[in-house]
Design a protein around this ligand. Structure first.
Ligand SMILES: [Zn+2]
Length: 352
């Protein structure tokens, strides 16, 4: 006699087998496309997109997640949530948790660094700290923290050379707690992951990064910018900062989406031409990358979960144009908060 749960298990297995077969068959069809193969080996933009796929791996490390969780538990985030609760706040608990985390992260935990202060004489005057030629990582701590480059500055007051390693290991960033948008986003994603949330890394061609988390309450991916304490405000850049953008990709653990439309207000015509490759080739490339990642998932349960997330994503992306948020103009029209005035205007992000 077969029990219901055994039957469910058999159905699930059968379903995941069928799905795996269709993934492999689509993958083999796309794999025969010579044009696509050439693109993947020769085209710099295609290589860049492919390299983004590995961005989320680092956050899966259990010991990094555990360090991150300890920091959240020791922070005032949960006690503030409890205080809110007593004021009969009806918003969803997880959404409120993420909002509290954003606020605490920006106001108390992480520090923005344009140029580092001088640790020797205590000079904090940015005008007398001059950037000099950067170095490659050379110390043990640089390698452990996966530093990409060691920025160097000379203090004109005491002549000391100040080093500012640009760390990429999010676990190191839990300790250094400083940097620019790359470090901020990187560390914040680890904190979100440590809470067991679904998170994705948002990469913009025009040198900005942020993230999104999946709100089960809102049943969609929600924009989060920890440098700006910004929750669900996707037009922040295009409208608020007057930032022109061309390509924006969302990278999850197992797939990648082109989410540019969500972040661009088409009426403003603040775009940069998407001329890195044809839209047809881009769509094929993204499909190939998704399929090759899906094909590597061994666990049938995970395969079913990820593929239904992917389908849900396609459905909810349709019709999620930037227009949906147009009622929130007041909040959106905020110029960039993080970084100095000089730095933001150089980047064309000061709202003019
Ligand atoms: Zn100094």
């Amino acid at each position: 006699m077969t029990t219901i749960s055994e039957l469910a298990g058999q159905l699930k297995k059968r379903y995941s087998t069928v799905r795996r077969q269709s993934i492999n068959s689509l993958l083999s069809t796309l794999g025969k496309d010579n044009n696509l193969r050439k693109l993947m080996t020769d085209d710099a933009f295609a290589k860049k997109i492919t390299s983004l796929l590995s961005l989320m791996k680092v956050y899966q490390d259990p010991s990094s997640q555990s360090e991150a969780l300890d920091i959240i538990l020791a922070s005032p985030v949960y006690s503030r949530l409890d205080e809110e609760e007593s004021k009969t706040n009806n918003d969803d608990y997880t959404d409120r948790l993420v909002k509290q985390l954003l606020k605490w992260f920006k106001e108390e935990f992480f520090t923005w660094v344009n140029k580092p202060d001088c640790p020797k004489c205590g000079n904090t005057d940015q005008n007398t700290i001059q950037q000099v030629t950067p170095w490659r990582p050379y110390k043990k701590e640089h390698f452990e923290g996966n530093a990409g480059v060691i920025e160097r500055y000379r203090c004109e007051v005491c002549n000391h050379t100040i080093e500012f390693p640009r760390y990429n290991n999010p676990s190191t960033l839990l300790k250094t707690r400083s940097g620019r948008c790359g470090e901020w986003d990187n560390c914040f994603i680890l904190l979100l992951k440590s809470l067991g949330l679904k998170v994705r890394y948002l990469w913009n061609m025009e040198d900005h990064v942020w993230c999104e988390y999946y709100s089960t309450n809102l049943d969609r991916w929600v924009h989060l910018d920890c440098c700006e304490n910004s929750f669900d405000n996707p037009l922040l850049y295009n409208r608020g900062w007057a930032k022109k953008m061309s390509y924006i990709f969302a990278i999850s653990d197992y797939y990648i989406r082109d989410v540019t439309d969500k972040y661009i207000d088409k009426d403003l015509e603040r775009t940069i031409p998407r001329d890195k490759m044809s839209e047809d080739n881009l769509a094929k490339l993204l499909a190939l990358l998704d399929l090759s990642m899906l094909s590597k998932i061994q666990d049938p349960d995970l395969l079913l979960e990820v593929s239904s997330d992917l389908i849900h994503d396609y459905r909810t992306m349709k019709g999620t144009s930037a227009k949906l948020s147009s009622s929130r103009t007041q909040e959106i029209m905020i110029p960039r908060q993080s970084g100095s005035v000089q730095w933001t205007s150089q980047r064309g992000e000061n709202g003019h």
